[in-house]
Design a binder for this molecule. Sequence first.
Ligand SMILES: NC(=O)c1ccc[n+]([C@@H]2O[C@H](COP(=O)([O-])OP(=O)(O)OC[C@H]3O[C@@H](n4cnc5c(N)ncnc54)[C@H](O)[C@@H]3O)[C@@H](O)[C@H]2O)c1
Ligand SMILES: [Zn+2]
Length: 369
Amino acid sequence: MRRIQVPLGGRSYSIYAGPGLLARLGKHCGQLELGKRCAVLTDTNVAPLYGDAALDTLRGAGFEPLLVTVPAGERAKDLRVVARCYDQLAAHRLERSSFVVALGGGVVGDLAGFVAATYLRGIDFVQVPTTLLAQVDSSVGGKVGVNLRAGKNLVGAFHQPRLVLCDQATLKTLPDREFVAGLAEVIKYGVIRDAALFRKLERTMPRLRKRDPVLLSEVVARCCHIKAEVVGQDETEGGVRAILNFGHTIGHALEAISRYGRFLHGEAISIGQTLAARLSCEALGLSRAEASRIVGLFQAAGLPIEVTLNRRSQRALVAAMQHDKKVSAGVVRFVLVPRIGDAQFGISLPMDQVTRAVAEARKVSLWRE
Ligand SMILES: NC(=O)c1ccc[n+]([C@@H]2O[C@H](COP(=O)([O-])OP(=O)(O)OC[C@H]3O[C@@H](n4cnc5c(N)ncnc54)[C@H](O)[C@@H]3O)[C@@H](O)[C@H]2O)c1
Ligand SMILES: [Zn+2]
């Protein structure tokens, strides 16, 4: 088991990574001076797999947990679902000292975190992420929220968990496409911050894809460490936290123009990072050799690195980038990498350069030849 401390003054917390940790959830919660009553919020896929295990370990430690199950998938991040959760918490008489456990992927984490941030003006919450994406990304950093019809994550809060428990044994049951999508975020950490992690991923990708739990827990711990460090320097995203968005301006635009249907987030940002690597060659002098290693690692992970778009979709993609929530005054700022393991944020590029890169995106794979 590995432990990462997230340094946020009075709201500091620990992230634990290791296979089999779910069984120790109750014991870990028992060390936090939380009230007895709690709710385990999960979804219809995860409840039959890990719901009982979570309830058992909490009961074993003297807690009185209630299981709250929401529909699986992005549509659960909805204010109507939030309202139904509040009603269940109230019926179970959760009080100020009570807490919510988020047992599931990023959807459950964001939803449960938002419920916890707002119920009784805020109660404690614990993250037990069960997707690779949630273990390396969404469970760390304190961003919680739900969607509106107008767009994703438009209502939310910053609410830090008291504890994050990442059990790599739970990743065994994850559908392969979801697991591979999570690898896009894992690779991102190597590209933006850690050349040694990047090399380790190059060496071990086949074993990682087989979900070797010990290797996975090392890698997850390293990714959490990087995210915690970045978030610790910039909790509310004024500066360096932006580097975590490498490949995301393009990736989000790709998700938006395909109406969040064609690509999983990880797939979209794999294509986005590939394009951002290409822009990095032009704008920051990233070497062709390193760009080609980046593209190669996404391919080895089984992720898409290119997309064929007709002219209309190309225009829609560029327009969608300009609509991204993080764009201000119409200027699109990119995170780019001068070398593997190092990123720079806030780089504005002429829109025609971006348009050209998008038009040539499907040739990206030719770099490798
Ligand atoms: N808060 C943040 O900082 C942050 C960061 C990144 C992403 N997000 C959010 O995370 C969400 C995506 O998260 P996700 O990719 O984990 O999706 P998800 O929560 O929808 O999970 C993916 C699928 O896997 C299933 N599942 C989860 N764990 C499983 C397991 N162990 N075995 C079998 N099936 C399992 C789920 O039921 C779901 O069908 C998005 O809503 C996104 O906005 C938030
Ligand atoms: Zn992401």
